[in-house]
Write a protein that binds this ligand. Structure first.
Ligand SMILES: NC(=O)c1ccc[n+]([C@@H]2O[C@H](COP(=O)([O-])OP(=O)(O)OC[C@H]3O[C@@H](n4cnc5c(N)ncnc54)[C@H](O)[C@@H]3O)[C@@H](O)[C@H]2O)c1
Ligand SMILES: O=C(O)C[C@H](O)C(=O)O
Ligand SMILES: [Mn+2]
Length: 574
């Protein structure tokens, strides 16, 4: 029995770059990457010596999906559904992914945001089976061996978290692992990167979350978080080991907190093939939505004034991406900066404060904010009113902070205010879409980070676009891996944004909807992969071939696209 890799030119089953696995008997059923459970045919049962280890009935994949859906229907809560799908994944990855693919719109909110947030919070009590790699101060010195010996997998993408900035719910100690698992499930659903090429990694450097430290069930490293040099040394050891073991794999930094996200990303840009999803993926999806909003408004991005509430990883990533686009559209850096306001818990970020490095770039000269006379003036609503904000973006994780007054104030400067409460999970959203519609009489252009039900307005139902980096990272990852990109360039995320924006169709533009529906995740990811791969080739940062395939692209775009197609795995039995 072999794990098949579907990317080769000469026959899907001819060649493998991974390790062939020869299992027989009961072990076959124990191995989730190859087990078909009751779908093993009689022939396979004979060949694999499974006789007697399965009940006599042979089911098709379609029948298995059907019975799994029946079971899921009977579960009362989303977290129970999450547990069922995860345990199905632990038994049979094809079936788990086929179930999800059977209804992506229904299952993404279960395997990903928002349910995954609860799964992080309940990680220690819910723990059933180990998945992925846990590095902590007690074992980081053996990181290289641990990575090497984990399994003989051909790893293409790792999602790595230090657990400090999980969604908008903060430090989750060892509990961030489900985020890595969820992101990787999207790599498979969207980009078709097969599960055995994916590696979730938790860097458990301790936690400052007292609830976890006091919890007798807590499974993580029960110490305060490493900081300063000790933290830096830990990350350094990880990066060194990762680079040695997986020199060609992509490392996606996920849910680091603002204190470390920028430094870690920048420090290792040239060491590992890496990007930070919260900074760059979020910047890209926000730009995609803004580009779509301009089509609705029939205005230019250079005509807008942007306010980003939450000057952290996501917020500054969005500011950077907007700035790049404004410059692309002809503004110089100063003009572009003048249109972008960033806010943190102390109000609009100004240069007279003692600022963290990542906030400096978008800090405003307080002299130019003539309305800001005393600290009490520095409120969200005052910035909106005085700076005539037209695009309001939320990445602060502060639920409800986009009040009626704030949203109405945006509406004073534009006939179609753009309001984007991007904080996740659902409990952290800055405003509910139905309220924003009501407050603006349906004029606002709304998209959210977490999924929301459609909103009824004037007898019509409007889908709420989910502006989540899920539309970006799977395709970007595939484009990077397939092109053999040796580094990740900012331009990849601009290209991805334009690709996503083009998927917002005319009917949606007419209805003021800013993101494609999630059931187009595969199509969007494919196009993102092609554009990102093309940018890598254009910039001359590829190895001229894909390190994961004997099929060459040799920097030829047609062949790159063919390679991308061939690399995409689909949850089917072979
Ligand atoms: N939709 C998406 O694709 C997406 C992507 C990334 C992050 N997010 C969401 O954005 C939120 C922030 O994530 P992050 O990774 O940027 O976190 P972060 O910790 O890096 O940044 C949060 C920022 O919010 C600011 N903040 C805190 N309280 C505030 C207040 N009362 N008023 C104004 N600002 C305040 C903080 O100063 C910080 O700068 C989370 O809820 C996360 O789920 C969404
Ligand atoms: O995980 C998500 O849903 C998006 C984003 O990466 C976040 O941290 O909120
Ligand atoms: Mn994230």
């Amino acid at each position: 029995m072999q794990i098949k890799h579907y990317e080769f030119e000469y026959g899907q089953y001819g060649e493998t770059l991974g390790v062939s696995i020869s299992l027989r008997g009961y072990h076959v059923l124990r191995y989730n990457y190859i087990s078909k459970g009751t779908a093993f045919t009689m022939d396979e049962r004979v060949k694999l010596k499974l006789n007697g280890y399965l009940p006599p009935r042979v089911k098709t994949l379609a029948e298995q999906i059907h019975s799994s859906l029946d079971i899921i229907d009977k579960k009362d809560t989303d977290i129970e559904k999450f547990i069922y799908i995860r345990s199905l994944y632990d038994r049979n990855v094809v079936l788990a992914h086929a179930v999800i693919a059977s209804d992506v719109i229904r299952f993404l909110p279960i395997i990903y945001t928002p349910t995954v947030g609860l799964a992080c919070q309940l990680y220690s009590t819910m723990f059933r089976k180990a998945n992925g790699i846990h590095l902590y101060p007690g074992n980081i010195d053996q990181a290289e061996d641990i990575l090497r010996n984990y399994t003989a997998q051909d790893i293409r993408v790792a999602v790595v978290t230090d657990n400090q900035g999980i969604l908008g719910i903060g430090d989750q100690g060892a509990g961030g692992m489900p985020i890595c698992l969820g992101k990787l499930m999207l790599y498979t659903q969207g980009a078709g990167i097969a599960p055995w090429h994916c590696l979730p990694i938790s860097l458990d450097v301790g936690t400052d979350n007292n609830t976890l430290l006091d919890d007798p069930n807590y499974l993580g490293h029960r110490e305060a978080r490493l900081t300063g040099q000790a933290y830096d040394a830990f990350i350094d050891k990880f990066v060194t080991a990762f680079k040695r073991v997986f020199p060609n794999a992509l490392c996606q930094w996920e849910d680091f907190s603002k204190q470390t996200a920028f430094d870690v990303r920048d420090k290792y840009l040239d060491t590992v093939i890496s990007f930070n999803d919260d900074i760059q993926g979020t910047g890209s999806i926000a730009l995609a939505g803004i580009l779509a909003a301009m089509k609705v408004k029939k205005e230019k991005m250079t005509d807008q004034v942007y306010l980003i509430h939450g000057a952290g990883a996501g917020g500054i990533g969005i500011a950077e991406q907007i700035q790049t686009e404004l410059m692309e559209q002809g503004m110089d850096e100063k003009e572009a900066d003048a249109r972008i306001f960033t806010l943190d818990s102390r109000g609009v970020v100004t240069s007279d404060r003692d600022l963290e490095a990542y906030k400096i770039k978008f800090a405003k000269d307080p002299e130019k904010l003539t309305w800001l006379k005393k600290p009490e003036d520095n409120t969200l609503v005052n910035v909106v009113k005085n700076e005539k904000v037209t695009v309001l973006i939320g990445t602060s994780g502060q639920p409800g902070c986009f009040t009626k007054e704030v949203v109405e104030a945006v509406g004073e400067h534009t006939h179609r205010p753009v309001v984007l409460p991007l904080s996740n999970p659902t409990t952290k959203t800055e405003a509910l879409p139905k309220d924003i519609y009501e407050w603006t009489d349906g004029k606002a252009l709304v998209a959210t980070g977490s999924p929301f039900d459609p909103v009824e307005h004037n007898g019509k139902s409007y889908r709420i676009g989910q502006m989540n980096n899920a539309f970006v990272f799977p395709g970007a990852g595939l484009g990077i891996v397939a092109s053999g990109a040796t580094c990740v360039l900012p331009v990849f995320f601009s290209a991805a944004a334009h690709a996503v924006a083009e998927f917002v169709n005319e009917a949606d533009i007419k209805d003021g909807i800013l993101c494609p529906p999630l059931d187009q995740l595969k199509e969007v990811s494919l196009e993102v992969a092609r554009r990102v791969g093309a940018e890598a080739i254009k910039a001359g940062v590829t190895r001229n071939d894909c390190p994961f395939s004997t099929y060459k692209h040799n920097n030829d775009l047609g062949r790159l696209n063919l390679l991308i197609d061939k690399m995409r795995w689909h949850p089917e039995y072979f």
